[in-house]
Write a protein that binds this ligand. Structure first.
Ligand SMILES: NC(=O)c1ccc[n+]([C@@H]2O[C@H](COP(=O)([O-])OP(=O)(O)OC[C@H]3O[C@@H](n4cnc5c(N)ncnc54)[C@H](O)[C@@H]3O)[C@@H](O)[C@H]2O)c1
Length: 296
């Protein structure tokens, strides 16, 4: 757990805009150095200029999170700039969606490589660096409310965000003994450019696309994003949640009922399993993950 933020350093992917820049601002105003890591170099430089005008010490670093070697190189640049890294925000993300059969192979590769594997590369790269200085740290993985509920038409996005929540839960338990906190940031709609994420789409996934990446219903989704909350509120909330050691960071308490409905449906399904004639044949239940054995 980080007790004092002053003089510590945060590395933020997708830091050039939206939620990433808002976290950079919040951390910077708390006295931290910030590494703005982004695939969009010009935007990263502009973000650093904005931060400097607010007396925040920041450097831009080019980083495509879908490239493991690139993440490693960006980490070394960050260490060269500020020495130890304490907070890592695996925040870069893109959006793709649409009806079944309309999401192309390269769309799937893009969203999985950026939203899911990008988070894995961030953690696998930075955890040894944080461990090595022994001062503890915190990792914030940007998931989404789409990591808690799966609205129809957003499955590629939700699948990656559910995965980020799963990774976070496991890693939080693995890294607690090392004094490294891990959180999943799960916002609802936030006013950013996520609906225009095709603007940075790499050539290997088909190149830059002016088309809204959210498929059919895109303009509706874009409207929802544009009517979302101010990213700076999310930045402030993340800082607060790191201090409190929260594993799940929610920013939209008004969306609680959707998660409650999903959990209620899951619990109801367990009720059915408990009453199932087919399962009566099982005499003893084991739960090897938790090391216990009990009757249903
Ligand atoms: N805006 C929302 O409503 C919302 C809600 C929930 C979760 N999120 C998540 O928040 C995170 C940040 O998105 P945002 O809303 O600020 O969108 P944004 O498009 O404004 O910012 C995303 C940033 O990521 C960068 N980026 C894109 N691909 C990259 C890559 N391969 N490597 C490095 N950087 C890359 C972009 O250049 C951009 O600066 C994403 O993970 C997104 O899924 C957004």
């Amino acid at each position: 757990m980080i007790a004092d933020f002053r003089g510590k350093t945060a590395f933020i992917t997708g830091g050039a805009g939206g939620i990433g820049l808002a976290m950079a601002r919040a951390f910077g105003h708390a006295g931290m150095n910030v590494v703005v890591a982004d695939i969009d170099e010009a935007a990263a430089r502009a973000a650093v200029e904005r931060l400097a005008a607010e007396q925040v010490k920041a450097v831009p670093v080019r980083c495509d999170v879908s490239d493991r070697a690139g993440v490693r190189a960006a980490a070394l640049e960050a260490v060269a700039a500020f020495g130890k890294i304490h907070i890592v925000c695996n925040n870069a993300g893109v959006a793709v969606g649409g009806p079944i059969g309309t999401v192309g192979e390269r769309d799937w590769d893009w969203i999985v490589d950026v939203n899911l594997k990008g988070v894995v590369y961030g953690v696998e790269t930075f955890v040894p660096l944080i461990r090595s200085h022994g001062e503890g740290g915190h990792i914030v993985n940007t998931a989404s409310m789409a990591g808690m509920i799966s609205p129809p038409g957003m499955e590629p996005y939700s699948a990656t965000k559910f995965a980020v929540v799963a990774l976070t839960e496991g890693w939080a338990a693995q890294l607690a003994p090392a004094g490294i906190g891990v959180s999943a940031l799960c916002p609802g709609f936030v006013r950013t450019r996520i609906h225009e994420s095709g603007r940075t789409r790499q050539d290997k996934y088909g190149g830059v696309s002016e088309v809204d990446a959210l498929g059919q219903g895109a303009s509706e989704a874009a409207q929802a994003v544009l009517s979302g909350i101010d990213p700076d509120v999310v930045g402030a909330r993340v800082l607060e949640a790191i201090k409190a050691g929260e594993t799940y960071i929610f920013t939209h308490p008004n969306m609680r009922e959707f998660v409650a409905m999903r959990f209620a449906a899951i619990m109801a399904a367990f009720d059915l399993a408990e009453q199932s004639p087919a399962l009566k044949a099982v005499k003893e239940w084991t739960s090897p993950i938790f090391g216990s054995s009990q009757e249903p």
